[in-house]
Write a protein that binds this ligand. Sequence first.
Ligand SMILES: [Zn+2]
Length: 887
Amino acid sequence: MPEMRAPLLALLVLFLLGSLVGAVEKPFNFNETPGKLPKEVVPTEYVVRIVPNLENFTFTGSETVKLNVRRPVHQLILNALELKIEAASLDGKKLPVSAIKTDNEGELLTLTLPSELMAGDHALTLHFTGKVNQQGQGLFYMRYQEQGSGARKVMLGTQFEATDARRLFPCWDEPAFRARFQLTVVVPENWLAVSNMPIESEQKTTGGKEVRFAPTPPMSSYLNVFVAGELDLIESQVGPTRIRVVATKGKAEQGRYALEASAQILKYYNDYFGVPYPLPKLDQIAIPGGFGGAMENWGGITYYESTLLFDPKNSSAETRQDIYEVIAHEMAHMWFGDLVTMAWWDNLWLNEGFASWMGSKCTEHFNPQWEVWLARKLPRDPTRRTGIAKEAAMEGDARSTTHPIQQRVATEAEANSAFDDITYKKGQSFLRMLESFLGEDTFRDGIQQYIAAHKYSNTTTADLWNALSEASHKSVDDIAAGWTEQPGFPVVSVKRESDGKIRLSQERFTVNFKNAPPLLWQIPLTYSVVGETPAALLMTDKTGVLENIPADRALKLNVKGAGNYRVEYDDPSWRLLLKALPKLGVEDRVNLMSDAWALIQAGRAPVSLYFGIVERLPASTDLAEREEMIEVCLSINRLLTGTAACEEFQRYARSLLRPTFGTLGWEQKPGEPSNNGRLRASLIGALGYLNDPEIISGCRERFDKYLANPASLPPDLRGPVLAVVGRYADEKTWDKLHELGLETTSSENKQNDYNALACATDPELVKKTLAIALTDELPTSRAVFLVSRVARDSGHSDIAWQFAKANMKALLAKVDAAGANRYAPSLFNFFSDSSRADELKDYARKKLPPATSADVAKAVDEIQFRAEFKKRLTSQLHAWIDGKGQQ
Ligand SMILES: [Zn+2]
């Protein structure tokens, strides 16, 4: 039977491949764009007026929408959510109350018309009321302590992506329905109000002032913004564009670094895209809560304040780099996302993958010393994968729970779930590989053609490939299809033959995924005989051959690790590479290390492969290479926590990391590169975690001095020193850390203080930390991640989960739309006992909505992988460490 089935299976596979790759997407066409709303009626212009009530957190609103009716209709169907429609009229004629139907489940508003509405221009007027939310969905409020005075204040902000503009005003809330928006708001007199466009007029009114903004160009509804409060700003000018940083009173000057960075980035993008930034102003707005990240509202980008404000007294070098990179990402959206918008959420990667790639490219251009492509990203959600962006995406993409970059999106919940590592990081990684294959200039020419052809409109991925194909005279869609329309990625096996040829073969790379459907990719492969000029080859078949590679020279594939694939070398190739390690650049060394670690996770190599490389690395204080080691050591340590094997491993890991710390020392040296400061911080945090007694006592000493004189501890070291102190804290120390967190108005210091609390391992203190998540000490988005952080860092995932289970409703009320589906399942990510997988499935069945199913499946897969990996790793590690002891 098996023999007979094989050819059949192969045929079937070919057929499946053909149908997958053959399902080529079409260029943007409004009528064929997916979505819930009928396409007969198109809004062209909204005039919206909102009056918030700050006493009871509600608002009243009214709007007039100019409609272009393309074919006669009997109904108007648009989006609205948690709004009460008080009155509706069409072309000045009031509709009866019975004609208005809201459907909260479907997030729709249906207006049944008394008679058929003829094609042509019409005007719809609506009066409505709604609520101001606590979490970052729609219009929301934030409470915060004012800088200096410490007074408790409140302010307003909005967060609409993906589908929450409909919570503020009824609208055609799908990205292809572009329209002009003109917003008017009523706010207290001493407030500053900010929106996408400059203020057109301002006048006194009862209870405050009425602020009217200029109308926007045609854009998607999710890009609207409204922020207001007791705000300050600083500003400058780049050509015709007024650029500003807006922050709560007393903090605007901390936006100086962001303002300078914005000016630099704006000039770069004006040049790169070939179309200058089209709005008269560009604001970067720091908000002290509500949501955790940043949002590319056109002309008014919002940031959680610690990702925008740099306070030289309290901010670390890492924060400075993050700020630059986040601004570069968000500003890239002003073109890719705002001027040209994906037609539907199935192409979200066009926004996010592109902005991630462009942001990193721009950051690297101005700051090559930061090693941007190798920099470890610390996600604000501690349950997400850490590490180099590309690696984090590949780890998830190797699993059974992955999905293609382009994926079907039918519901609002699915749109919100699309904001994941595959969309952002695999998208970014694929674009980097494609750019290096097509060449930097050709790629940019294609992008310029694309922007020029589609500005103020929408696109699909096909439109981008068409522009790049035209510019490069290569069929980019054929190469790209395998990477964006099918899940996963390949591993290329390298086998040295006695005839001097190198045989290559590709197959799908998987982890914890038996019987994965086989797939084929067109791989833009790069390689070099170490020390010589790299060469490239498009590998289109399952196998390939490299000729004339000298038998005694090391061969490195995936030059600088820029490609989104893994490489598996045979033993002779590894032996040559290990010998050549000191001659390789850091990107190539890091690439070999991460591939080795992935092969071990996949069960394709023993753990000795990884540590064999690590032990042969030349002494160095290179940030990326050492952080790669730290990352692996900490993930093993977390896996082994509570087992007998942990202590032996910790001793071994300390022996690997200690020498580098010995070179760097505790104190900053005059003129040292900023990367050394970051590495020192990482090593202190890691060695403390790995129970290094000298580091622990050194941290305690510095903490005591810090209490007496905060300036004694450099900002770079505050996070790790406090985390180590928190980890081994008694109740008195815990209280002291808590006090610091309560008092400070610096969001960075506050985050360090609370992160430290989350590290405490004493179960009683763990409970005290968790209870804080229910208070309003922290902004909502940070409060919920306190629980995730405890699950990861305290060694007591179980206590964290029991707490979350008992308080799930209160916690979910603080989670923003993008995080809602994954919050509960992600708390299971640190378990490694397979019975937990059943517990989660059972909980999900009883308590979680169906929209969480993909995230539940991911967490279940993670638990099962960890359970199996832990077993395998424990015995292999012992053999490796023990074997060394006997040498
Ligand atoms: Zn983005």
